[in-house]
Design a binder for this molecule. Structure first.
Ligand code: SAH
Ligand code: SF4
Ligand code: F3S
Length: 470
């Protein structure tokens, strides 16, 4: 028998080679192509992981389907807030009914939720029709898991790792867009904000080597990608543990040097690590987009301390002032949590104050969700639901007023936009993305998709512009 390689990614390619003929055989028997569908919940990190999963499935012969009525369905789950979990359970049952009608169908669950033992128990007990369960650390193993499931006769295959130290590179990936792509720079998180489950389900922070990142960006550029987004839970702490030192600012410079790449974005920076050198690079590198997503979470220094965010209200405001004065065109967005345990009306008003002072272009507001296993889950003084709801509504109104003010700043200007496609709501119009992440709709044709063009911003419609090609 041929030896199975024990190094990665060679091992996975070995399984993909075997699977290709197995899938082809099944397709022949069925008299049709086999199809797949991946549903992604959660953040950009998960979206990027889903592209890797799709890469493997396409490599072994599955074709993308436009619904979950497919032969291979993967749910890539999120568990950051309780409603993320509820949404998944709401839909797994439906998959069961589809499977009852399609004997070829395989169902796999992966992602952050599967890193929680109590969730896996629930799948084991109540959702026996799920074929494969894996986690965030062994996502690269999909081919091997499918092979094992197909050859072992096991009813349900569960393989979830508690942690991982290696980063497996160079597996296939199928991108959603031809012209823009996400690139992981770090995995995991070491911050342990007291409300947050991410460090427990994604593990310790690991930085990819700068040369591997640059190689991937170069290869994307060679394939025609013009905009990249560097991804990590805390991108500006990039570089820890690397043999050869490289800071986030240095990485940005390296990535900007890649020919063919016209725009560079990053998500998410942490206020505590936003050093001056990053601002300097943003100032001098025209490729870096004029957008900073800077999650504040709360405006109260007292709550920020309990959240373990490592900055005060004043430090945050000083940072915003520094960003604004050095990068006047930058749009600033944020994440805010309402109703963290112990949050008083005064604390809440501090948050409102920060929103007004920062004039966010947009803010993602969340109601605090208790996550089992995090320190905050044991904090006293939970805020009553009606109080939280009231604060949430009031905060939304303030955020909306601020973003309407901020959005119209550029009216009348002509700016460069990346054309992303037709406007979903009005197919007559094209949609382009500004450097600052806002959208503009304008008349144009399909051959502009993926190109950078100049558009005059005629009118601001609150969250987007109407414009015309110049
Ligand atoms: N690493 C990023 C994003 C993490 S998750 C960061 O630090 O900003 C995205 C957002 O979800 C967070 O910014 C936070 O606002 C929100 N979030 C995380 N855990 C939450 C919880 N338990 N309840 C409510 N919102 C939460
Ligand atoms: Fe969660 Fe905080 Fe890490 Fe963001 S920085 S992922 S909020 S622990
Ligand atoms: Fe959710 Fe995991 Fe991202 S918990 S927000 S998908 S890192």
């Amino acid at each position: 028998m041929e030896l199975i390689p024990n190094t990665e990614p060679e091992r996975q390619y070995w399984f993909m080679d075997r699977l290709r003929s197995m899938v082809a055989e099944e397709a022949l028997k069925a008299g049709r192509e086999l199809t797949y569908c991946i549903q992604t919940f959660g953040c950009q990190m998960n979206a990027k992981d889903s592209e890797k999963l799709a890469g493997v499935l396409e490599n072994i012969g599955y074709k993308e389907a436009d619904s979950e009525n497919a032969d291979f369905v993967i749910y890539n789950t999120c568990t950051v807030r309780e409603n993320a979990n509820t949404r998944v359970y709401g839909r797994i049952g439906y998959l069961g009914t589809l499977k009852a009608k399609n004997p070829l169908m395989m169902i796999a669950l992966c992602g952050c939720m599967m890193q929680e033992p109590h969730e896996v128990e629930k799948i084991k007990k109540s959702y026996r029709f799920v074929d494969i369960v894996f986690g965030t650390h062994n996502i690269f193993k999909l081919a091997e898991l499918i092979y094992e499931k197909m050859t072992s006769g096991k009813k349900q295959l569960i393989d979830v790792w508690e942690s991982s130290s290696e980063i497996v590179e160079d597996l296939p990936s199928t991108r959603k867009f031809d012209f823009k792509a996400g690139v992981n720079i770090t995995y995991g998180c070491n911050n342990f904000c007291t409300y947050c489950i991410v460090p427990y389900v994604r593990g310790r922070e690991k930085s990819r080597k700068p040369e591997d990142i640059v190689k991937e960006v170069q290869s994307l550029a060679d394939q025609g990608v013009v905009e990249i987004m560097l991804l990590g839970q805390n991108v500006n702490s990039y570089g820890k543990g690397l043999e050869e030192k490289c800071s986030f600012a240095e990485l940005l410079e390296k990535v900007c040097r890649v020919e063919g790449i016209k725009r560079v974005r990053f998500m998410t920076p942490h206020p505590k690590d936003f050093s001056d050198d990053v601002i300097e690079v943003m100032k001098k590198e025209p490729k870096i987009c004029a957008h900073v997503h800077l999650p504040v979470q709360s405006g109260s220094s007292r709550i920020l301390k309990k959240m373990n965010r490592n900055y005060t209200k004043e430090q945050y405001l000083t940072l915003v002032e520094k960003i604004r004065s050095n990068l006047p065109d930058v749009s600033l967005t944020t994440d805010i949590i309402v109703g963290f345990p112990g949050e008083t009306e005064e604390d809440f008003l501090e948050t409102v104050d920060v929103v007004k002072k920062c004039g966010y272009d947009s803010a993602f507001t969340f109601i605090y969700s208790k996550r089992t296993g995090t320190p905050a889950a044991k904090f006293p003084d939970e805020v009553p639901e009606d109080v939280v709801k009231d604060r949430f509504e009031r905060l939304l109104a303030v955020c909306k007023a601020e973003s309407e003010k901020a959005a119209s700043k550029l009216t009348g200007r002509t700016v460069e936009v990346l054309v992303e496609g037709r406007d979903e709501a009005n197919k007559e119009m094209m949609t382009g993305r500004l450097s600052n992440n806002l959208l503009v709709h304008f008349e144009g044709c399909d051959n502009l998709i993926g190109k950078l063009v100049n558009v005059r911003l005629d009118e601001c419609k609150g969250f987007y512009y109407l414009g015309s090609l110049v």
